[in-house]
Design a protein around this ligand. Structure first.
Ligand code: NCD
Ligand code: ZN
Length: 348
């Protein structure tokens, strides 16, 4: 990495947690990621989820057909874990490099998770195979018990679900996705390198006051929900220590504007156009730019046993204003930080 006062050159980053959706949304959003990142771990929670090898192949093909020729981008596919998933399908998909990870959604924890897992004990055979073959398990860490307060769902999940899985399957490689709490940070810090976490730009930048004060902001609404400042500070602290168990995963999750600005507004923040710039500003604020490249471009690749990207990209200190909307009304998306000024821009 080359760090200058007004320029950062780093190995091309990867996004280890990304939703690109399908159809119009896919066409609108993909190039924001493919222009910047070398690879992205593509989430399988489509309306019709990616639960087998054939649907992953079809989805990958569709994504690749929309990547502009000048971009050097590889989508990495994940398999949606359902209680009826055949362990042989996971193994076949992993061995043939179609699946790079399996995604565990607790049933009804988030968007399109109704096919997710209701009873963790019912997937023991699947977890056994996941451990045996070494495919990483990516976990949406929130309990769904309606009696558990929404702000406590992640911490509770670590005690109730992660710990027991860990004890029973000590060798599974797992990623706690988009962590949002002090408890998750501390859990990873006390674990070995088989347990890692992704951190989003929005959980680093914001806390629940930003969501709820001065008029509720639906474009800051996501799962896991933004927590209090104490938790935000824990996330910021850990990236400034350079701990290699934490890496970039934007959780960019676009929805059309009318689905966000709605009485039943959906969770998900479309941050792909601004994520890298936001991460850079945060590392700079924390005086931790020396760890920026490892977080963006190395730690994740190492966890997945993939080579780091060979080419580089450069960020320059140049103010740009984030677009107000992407796409044409009524099929438009409001990006994260719309209308706000970013301090770092990607040099083209
Ligand atoms: C994601 C989505 O919209 O698919 N939403 C979100 O708020 N993060 C799902 C997820 O990652 O939980
Ligand atoms: Zn997500």
């Amino acid at each position: 990495m080359i760090l200058k006062q007004n320029e950062i050159t780093l190995k091309r980053p990867d996004d280890w947690h990304l939703h690109v959706r399908d159809n119009i949304l896919l066409q609108l959003v993909l190039h924001y990621t493919s222009s910047t990142y070398g690879r992205a771990m593509i989430m399988p929670n489509l309306a019709s989820p990616i639960v087998d090898i054939q649907s992953a192949i079809n989805y990958r093909k569709k994504i690749l057909s929309l990547v502009p020729n000048c971009h050097n981008f590889i989508p990495l596919m994940t398999c949606y874990l359902t209680e009826s998933l055949d362990p042989n399908e996971i193994e076949k998909g992993f061995v043939s490099s179609i699946f790079h990870a399996v995604k565990l959604y607790p049933m009804n924890s988030t968007i399109h998770s109704s096919y997710g897992v209701k009873n963790i004990r019912s997937i023991n055979k699947i977890l056994e195979r996941i451990q045996q073959i070494g495919i990483p398990l990516l976990i949406h860490c929130e309990v769904t018990d309606v009696n558990v307060d929404i702000f406590d769902r992640e911490a509770r999940f670590i005690d109730q679900v992660i710990e027991p899985i860990r004890k029973q399957f000590p060798k599974i490689k797992m990623v706690l996705e988009h962590i949002s709490t002090k408890e998750a940070v501390e859990y990873i810090e006390s674990s070995d390198k088989r347990t890692c976490a992704t951190i989003t730009p929005h959980h680093l930048m914001l806390n629940r006051n930003d969501l709820l004060i001065n008029g509720i902001n639906p474009h800051f609404y996501c799962f896991p929900i933004l927590k209090s400042r104490v938790h935000q500070e824990a996330l910021r602290r850990v990236i400034s220590t350079g701990n290699s168990s934490f890496f970039l995963g934007t959780d960019s999750a676009p929805h059309f504007c009318n689905k966000k600005e709605n009485i039943h507004g959906l969770a998900g923040i479309f941050n792909a156009p601004v994520a890298l710039s936001v991460y850079a500003s945060i590392f700079e604020e924390l005086n931790a730019l020396k760890y920026f490249e490892a977080f963006c471009s190395e730690n994740g690749a190492r966890f997945y046993n993939l080579p780091v990207n060979k080419d580089k990209i450069t960020l320059i200190r140049k103010q740009t204003i984030v677009e107000d909307a992407i796409g044409k009304f009524p099929n438009h998306i409001v990006p994260f930080l719309a209308g706000k000024t970013l301090d770092w821009s990607i040099k083209i």
